[in-house]
Design a protein around this ligand. Structure first.
Ligand code: GLA
Length: 469
């Protein structure tokens, strides 16, 4: 066995993060897309907290207010991180207390390396001190970034990166305070290890527009659903929105699509703009029916059940920094939820609208809920449009015309189960769009066994191979 495999196998013996948190994907707000390093201050955090309450967001589940990079100035003589004194004149506990007084939870950013991505002091060698400091401030959530640490890029999966994340995880565990831990390593190779390290883990680089949403999230996350579940979530990064004052922007329809897709992916819902949020984005982020999909207690991450996009394999997406043009094609994503399925039909074609027709029975192609059952178990379903908020009656097919450039529609379907289930093997009803393909139906392991077999899964193995594109 190669040395690194042995090392990782040993590392796996260490206790996992056990804070009982994150049974549903986290929801809240993060300062990075809004402020980057300009304006991360106590004053603005108070404004954000006030705005979140004014908009009624905490009641919808948006509970964390997370301060991202650029708050730390230096380390004091006692080794503790000192916040920028101009921006946080009364220290960080004061800010956390204000956030808590508004009924919100307080989140803070750190980096496992020597410096953060924006060049502020990192936590390498100070894991214990920093964990205690954050807890003394009343932190409920920590985002741990991956810049300037032992490398994770050249030899993934990086035992050094994993060991370093474990140090901070253990330091946090030792404090005794349940703190949500969000790992930000920007690579899909973290997914098989994520469960032992954190409550959520980033699967790619920053999503800042539609192109990066495709590249670092949409084309990647469909392969990672086995690793997500209650307490452990794949994180395709923050919600971008269409009303930010910075260059981090999507069109209104792409931003709505991002919200729908993220909900079907059981992804964290972290808002990236607040003070400048426009009406359209607010309407998007407060759609309780879509939020309910994201927060469905089954916690099953959705998958692509039909597409006519060029075939990708996990081998093709191993490098999350590889920049892939958005293909001119369509996809259908589905997620089993407590009372049926949520479905998103998506047009990635930047130039042309598209008609998509989808047989409702096709949702069972990759659904855990239907493993071992014939795929024609049901043929009809009661269909609800989650954006128009309309019941569409009982349907065999969903036919839609999708505008170009990232438009989508989202439905919830409740299968109509025949009284006497079919016993004869009927031919599967095909989706009526002729040129598409479905992913192979896969047998799934029980979720709890994923980690123990992680070293043998192709999710890890393929990452060792040269690019097969
Ligand atoms: C990385 C992360 C971002 C943000 C910045 C801060 O790029 O991926 O989400 O935290 O660092 O510097």
């Amino acid at each position: 066995m190669a040395l690194w495999k042995l090392l990782l196998a040993c590392l796996h013996q260490v206790d996992a993060l056990d804070n009982g948190l994150g049974l549903l994907p986290q929801m809240g707000y993060n300062t990075w897309n809004d402020f980057e390093c300009e304006g991360v201050s106590a004053k603005n955090i108070s404004k954000v907290a006030d705005k979140m309450v004014e908009l009624g967001l905490p009641a919808l589940g948006y509970e964390y207010l997370i301060i991202d990079d650029c708050w730390a100035d230096h380390r004091g003589k006692d080794g503790k991180l000192v916040p920028d004194r101009n921006a946080f004149p009364h220290g960080m506990k004061h800010v956390a207390d204000y956030v808590h007084s508004k009924g919100l939870k307080f989140g803070i950013y750190m980096d496992r390396g020597r410096w953060t991505c924006a060049g502020r002091p990192g936590s390498q060698g100070y894991e214990e001190v920093d964990a205690k400091t954050f807890v003394s401030w009343g932190a409920d959530y920590v985002k741990t970034d991956s810049c300037n640490g032992p490398d994770s890029l050249e030899d993934p999966p990086s035992a050094a990166a994993i060991a370093q994340y474990q140090l901070f995880r253990d330091a946090l565990n030792a404090t005794g305070r349940p703190v949500f831990l969000a790992l930000s390593g920007w690579h899909n190779w973290y997914s098989p290890y994520g469960e032992s390290l954190a409550n959520s883990w980033r699967i790619g680089y920053d999503v800042r527009n539609w192109q990066s949403a495709w590249n670092f999230a949409i084309r990647v996350n469909g392969f990672l659903s086995d690793f997500g579940g209650p307490g452990r979530w794949n994180d395709p990064d923050m919600l971008v929105g269409s009303s930010s004052k910075t260059a981090v922007q999507m069109t209104p329809q792409q931003s709505r699509t991002q919200f729908s897709l993220w909900s079907v992916m059981a992804a964290p819902l972290l808002l990236g703009s607040m003070l400048s949020m426009g009406h359209h984005d607010l309407e998007t982020y407060t759609n309780t029916e879509v939020i309910a999909v994201d927060q469905d207690p089954l916690g099953i991450q959705g998958e692509i059940v039909w597409e006519n996009c060029p075939l990708r394999k996990r081998t093709n997406i191993k490098q999350s920094q590889f920049y892939d043009e958005i293909p001119a094609c369509q996809q259908v994503w589905a997620r089993p939820i407590t009372d049926g399925f949520a479905i998103v039909l998506l047009n990635l074609d930047a130039e042309k609208p598209a008609n998509v027709s989808f047989a409702v029975s096709d949702v069972c192609w990759s659904s855990q809920a239907f493993v071992g059952k014939p795929c024609n178990f049901f043929e009809e379903a009661s269909v609800r449009d989650l954006w128009r908020k309309e019941h569409l009656g009982i349907r065999k097919f969903i036919n839609v015309t999708l505008a170009r450039d990232g438009a989508s529609q989202m439905f919830k379907i409740k299968p109509i189960i025949p009284q006497a289930p079919h016993t004869s093997a009927k031919k599967k009803t095909p989706a009526s769009t002729a040129t598409g393909h479905r992913p192979k139906s896969r047998h799934r392991e029980p979720v709890s066994s994923h980690f123990s077999v992680a070293l043998e899964t192709d999710a890890v193995h393929f990452l060792q191979q040269p690019d097969e594109l």
